[in-house]
Design a protein around this ligand. Structure first.
Ligand code: FHN
Length: 692
């Protein structure tokens, strides 16, 4: 039994700070030549291209169909068998100019092609290896044709180059299943010289190259020392070429940002994800696929929607990043039509709204209920681009938290720039919009303001709880110095006004609490109401019958009553996972307490092995020995087909006096037949047990 008694919980809610949110000039990490990043920061949007021998099998190998650019490894193809693909590589439909025009029409400003992926095959004529495109029936230098086409259409050309190389005899380590491929004579230092030779070829034989996009840097044989040698070598050849942070060994996985001050590289590389918040002072680029694969997989029809793609582009720009969107051409050299269709929709939107992306800076707002924001400094102030995905019902767009004097507002793609009515309302600036959205996905409203943006973010509060008292102290995180700012609050969930209690010192509130606060600036309401709702069970002592899994560490039993709810990411540290074991937690109020409702959170993930419990029981006791039933529920065993979801089982019951409340969830034990994990242990992930 493991009891975690909460002595003190201090939770950060959200931030009040009077920030003159200047258009943040992003400073680079690891590279002081800011001017050489200028074009890249203004570009905001590029095309990634994964193309090579792996495009020939198109994801399929001996009956399995989920492969792509990793196929040599994921299908464990022996080298001599994989090398036979060389004789089959003949992309007769490849037309570099068509590819460039596709990217340009999509609004992309640069293209990053895999000159060599992990399989070691070079799409260019290399004097250091015959494992290159010149040994194929195609026998044309693809990097030459693409770089020429890019220059013709004023598109910047960049190369992706893999450090990891599953073909070169000197690269180590071998794949662990390559038991018959000797590594006796392998010499990694000789491989580094080969790599440097190739890199020199691709940045000197094809004119001005804008970015070197390294990858495959994570294996134990690569080091910061090798990275430094390669980096310095490149800088001697081309001091201005932009280099990503995957040349070095400090990338923190798919989050993609460097974790060490000495990390080399000009920008971070989040992959298949967008940082939750902006990264002030850092250059970064999120690379993402259009479906689920980088290299062409003819079975993968899980294409992202146009709305999601445009949302990603705007979300990334609103956080000061670049969007590198991938295409995986076929073995014939054709970009799949489903990719083209989506790129054309994005291009149409960019044609009308590109000014709200190119050369913009990140949003001055920490968050906004009405949408996303990008900004550009103007001669006498700032142009805010308000990206509206959900058109306000009454056609009134209220921009809160902004102190600045509005100058004018109009619809970005209105060539006449017809002024929209602006009304300064209590709570913010209200813009009257047309009755219908101007764009089916994302309508952009221009709001010109005087000066640099001055934003008052919604008040941020912390709260702490001293067990076993049932009171919680709520206070502002940072002192409010501006006498024009006043914060009013209520404790019963009603909307605060300037007639409510004024927040002048920490508030001691009895649990459960429903704290609501609103900020006034110069007598005018400004911003959203911020709420903190804490149940009676918040911060209470919890004892676990079974140990949670070490594999997905959370804060332990205390995470069950800390008011922080897990997301769909079960590995976010907010869930307690139990592999093949039942879950049981006993909450102790420290004394008999009147209760009337209970809630229990759990996760379902059909792609993983996380199932709904077989059943849930909630019981109560006054002495911790004899328990009586409160609530229970059985679940349908076939639930694993349901989509990923965070679920809550909650209900009310006739009021009882309890000191202990026990939550039990029965694990389904093993994954059922037909499930991807058939026979494996089933998981239960739980979070936030609540009692009021
Ligand atoms: O292993 C590669 C993968 O094949 C693909 O190239 C992505 C794109 O950035 N990078 C690596 C996975 O992080």
């Amino acid at each position: 039994m493991r009891t975690m008694t909460i002595r003190r919980i201090s939770i950060l809610i959200c931030l009040l700070s009077f920030v003159a949110a200047q258009a943040q000039e992003t400073q680079t990490v690891g590279n002081k030549q800011d001017d050489h990043m200028k074009w890249w920061r203004e570009a905001r949007f590029g095309m990634f291209i994964h193309w090579g021998l792996y495009s020939i099998p198109a994801g399929e190998w001996k009956g399995s169909t989920d492969h792509a650019e990793w196929i040599r490894t994921t299908a464990q193809i022996p080298l001599d068998e994989y090398n036979q693909l060389v004789a089959k590589f003949n992309p007769v439909k490849f037309n570099a100019e068509e590819w460039v025009k596709t990217a340009k029409d999509a609004g992309m400003k640069y293209m990053v092609l895999t000159s060599k992926h992990h399989d070691g095959f070079c799409l260019f004529d290399s004097k250091y290896t015959d494992f290159d495109v010149m040994s194929t029936p195609f026998s044309r230098d693809i990097l030459k044709e693409l770089s020429d086409a890019c220059r013709k259409y004023d598109m910047r050309i960049c190369w992706y180059h893999s450090i990891m190389d599953w073909h070169h005899p000197d690269y180590l380590p071998r794949r662990d299943w390559e038991t018959t491929r000797s590594s006796d004579s392998a010499d990694f230092k000789r491989y580094l010289e080969y790599l440097k030779g190739e890199v020199k070829e691709i940045i000197t034989n094809y004119g001005d190259i804008s970015v070197l996009w390294f990858d495959g840097e994570w294996e134990s044989t690569w080091s910061h020392e090798y990275a430094k040698q390669l980096y310095d070598y490149i800088r001697q050849i081309d001091p201005d070429i932009i280099i990503n942070n995957r040349i070095d060994v400090y990338r923190d996985g798919m989050a993609g940002l460097s974790t060490n001050e000495e990390a080399l590289g000009d920008f971070g590389t989040p992959e298949q994800e967008i940082p939750e918040n902006g990264l002030p002072g850092k250059d970064w680029e999120s690379c993402m696929t259009l479906n689920d694969h980088w290299g062409f997989n003819k079975f993968d029809n899980n294409w992202k929607s146009n709305k999601d793609l445009i949302y990603n582009l705007v979300d990334i720009a609103s956080k000061g990043g670049n969007y590198l969107l991938n295409v995986g051409p076929t073995a014939e050299g054709v970009i799949p039509p489903q990719s083209i269709e989506r790129l054309q929709v994005i291009g149409k939107w960019m044609k009308a709204n590109g000014a709200s992306i190119y050369g913009t800076q990140s949003s001055p707002f920490k968050s906004a209920k009405w949408g996303k924001c990008t900004q550009k400094a103007t001669a006498d102030g700032t142009r805010l681009y308000l990206h509206i995905f959900d058109w306000p019902k009454n056609n009134k767009l209220t921009v809160t938290n902004l102190i600045n004097e509005p100058v004018r507002a109009f619809i970005l793609n209105d060539p006449k720039e017809t002024p929209l009515t602006i009304t300064k309302k209590s709570g913010g600036i209200e813009i009257t919009l047309p009755a219908v959205p101007v764009d089916s996905i994302n309508s952009v409203i221009v709001l010109d303001i005087k000066g640099a943006p001055q934003v008052l973010d919604t008040p941020e509060f912390s709260y702490r709880y001293d067990a076993p008292a049932d009171k919680v102290e709520i206070k502002l995180i940072s002192e409010v110095k501006d006498p024009k700012i006043a914060i009013y609050y209520t404790l019963d969930g009603t909307a605060p006004t300037d007639k409510s209690s004024i927040l002048s010192k920490p508030v001691l509130a009895k649990l459960p609490v429903n704290f609501s606060a609103i900020m006034f600036y110069g007598g005018r309401k400004l911003g959203e109401v911020n709420q903190i709702a804490l149940p009676l069970s918040f911060g209470r002592s919890v004892t676990l019958t079974n140990e949670p899994s070490e594999k997905y560490k959370a804060a332990g039993a205390v995470s069950l009553t800390d008011a922080a709810k897990g997301s769909l990411k079960f590995s976010d540290g907010k869930w307690l996972g139990f592999e093949g074991k039942d879950f049981q937690a006993t909450l102790d109020f420290g004394k008999k307490t009147a209760i009337h409702s209970a809630s229990f959170g759990y996760l379902v993930s059909n792609k993983s092995w996380i199932f709904e419990p077989v059943d849930i029981k909630i019981e109560y006791s006054t002495d911790g020995k004899e328990y009586k039933p409160l609530l229970s529920k059985k679940f349908n065993p076939a639930m694993w087909k349901s989509a990923d979801a965070v679920k809550h089982f909650s209900d009310v019951f006739p009021e009882v006096n309890a000191r202990y409340v026990r939550f039990t969830a029965k694990n389904r034990g093993t994954c059922p037949e037909g499930h991807p994990g058939a026979g494996g242990k089933a998981w239960i992930f739980v979070d936030e047990i609540e009692v009021d």
